[in-house]
Design a protein around this ligand. Structure first.
Ligand SMILES: *Cc1c(COP(=O)(O)O)cnc(C)c1O
Length: 405
């Protein structure tokens, strides 16, 4: 029988029977996307307010990225880094010009970019800073999220992410997020890096106090520590600037990007460096079969181009303010707080409201797809191309759903 004749429930049952249950998705089976909209197998249309955790900032199936992908797919897709390809240098040149970076190391997933920076800053610590062998320390933060590898979950403070997966990689010091003084105290002569999200995304859109990143920048410079900003979720326009660091006018030594680097077409991540940190890596010391492949590079070039040329970053700033203001005006007693920067927005509910999942389920029925993070928070992060009318459409439905729930 043809696969197209299966019902949504049949597809859900197959997934449930054959797949590992490492996710708890909403029961909506999507088959098509265009811009801010997605459609399920029954033809019902939804506004995507998750954007695949900010990987689809440019909107679903952006035609110019699609064109670049199809063109490159018919020419050359993978050479491995054993040989050179003609897309990689062009990608380097364009991303460095856009982000004011001097060196790039391309990988595939976000977690791989994080692993890469851990390796590079450790080696920098031994070879440049003079840290004694195997003593390098990296400062990381409570409630942070950087991916799912053993090393990364080893420094997570989320028991669900971590419990049952030990033993873990040593060399990380976990401190509370948002208080610069505790970071200063945690720095020792063996500290090689501070690894931080400028806004904690998976942690529930936690925005640190004004001046926090500036203080981290100053102490990292003073103590000769590499400041690494994980902008895999906050970067590439999501918060209304190309990078969230710009809200404080600072520059990280190393910036991690992923997710929207392909506009949702392909797993592509990169480590961007404005110091010589990446210079410590020599041939053979790090790599990836697919990292930097010509298909990925062609897609990333188009994804960056449309982000800038089509004004998506400014639109995120403008529509983000409008969306947050609208959410703040909702008269719903269960809401504890609305917060956001650009189009990275969270609504936190009071604990007594009984959990956020009920709201994401009900919003789905009303045509809006979003996902709870932790128990009481719903994140609203639509593609950056969303219009005021579409936000009005959403606000009307969000208000009704939250009132009726
Ligand atoms: C999503 C995310 C990652 C991990 O990216 P993957 O592509 O899922 O490995 C790392 N850091 C942050 C801040 C993220 O939001």
């Amino acid at each position: 029988m043809s696969g197209t004749s299966k019902t949504a429930q049949q597809l859900i049952d197959i997934e449930s029977t054959l797949g590992a249950h490492n996710y708890h998705p909403l029961d909506v089976v999507l088959t098509r996307g265009e811009g801010v909209w997605v459609w399920d197998v029954d033809g019902t249309k939804y506004l995507d307010c998750l954007s695949a955790y900010s990987a689809v900032n440019q909107g679903h199936c952006h035609p110019k990225i699609r064109e670049a992908m199809i063109e490159q797919a018919g020419k050359l897709t993978l050479t491995s880094r054993a040989f050179r390809n003609d897309q990689l240098p062009r990608f380097y040149e364009e991303i460095c010009a856009l982000t004011n970076s001097h060196k790039v190391l391309p990988m595939n997933s976000g977690a791989e970019a994080v692993e890469t920076v851990i390796k590079a800053t450790r080696k920098w610590g031994y070879e440049v800073k003079g840290v004694p062998e195997d003593k390098a320390e990296i400062i990381v933060f409570e409630n942070g999220f950087h991916g799912r590898t053993i090393t990364i979950v080893g420094f997570s403070t989320d028991p669900t992410a971590r419990n049952g997966f030990g033993p873990f990689t040593p060399g990380f010091k976990i401190v509370p997020f948002g208080d610069a003084a505790v970071v200063e105290k945690a720095i020792t002569p063996n500290t090689v890096a501070v690894l931080v999200e400028p806004i904690q995304g998976e942690g529930g859109v936690i925005i640190p106090p004004d001046g926090y990143l500036t203080a981290l920048r100053e102490m990292c410079t003073r103590e000769n520590v590499v400041l690494v900003l994980d902008e895999i979720q906050t970067g590439l326009g999501r918060t209304g600037k190309l990078f969230a660091e710009e809200h404080e006018g600072i520059e990280a030594d190393v910036t991690l990007v992923g997710k929207a680097l392909s506009g949702g077409y392909y797993p592509i991540s990169a480590v961007l460096s404005n110091t010589e940190v990446l210079g410590v890596l020599k041939p053979g010391e790090h790599g990836s079969t697919f990292g930097g492949n010509p298909l990925a590079c062609a897609i990333a070039r188009a994804a960056l181009k449309v982000l800038v040329e089509e004004g998506m970053i400014d639109n995120a700033a403008k529509q983000g303010t409008y969306f947050v203001d609208g959410l703040k005006k909702l008269r719903v007693n269960e809401i504890k707080e609305v917060r956001g920067r650009g189009l990275l927005i969270a609504v936190e509910f009071h604990e007594e409201a009984g959990g956020a999942r009920q709201y994401t389920e009900a919003l789905k029925e009303a045509g809006i797809l979003c996902k709870e993070t932790h128990d009481n928070i719903v994140r609203f992060a639509p593609p950056l191309i969303i219009t005021k009318d579409q936000i009005d459409w959403a606000l009307e439905r969000i208000e009704k759903v939250l009132r009726d729930a």
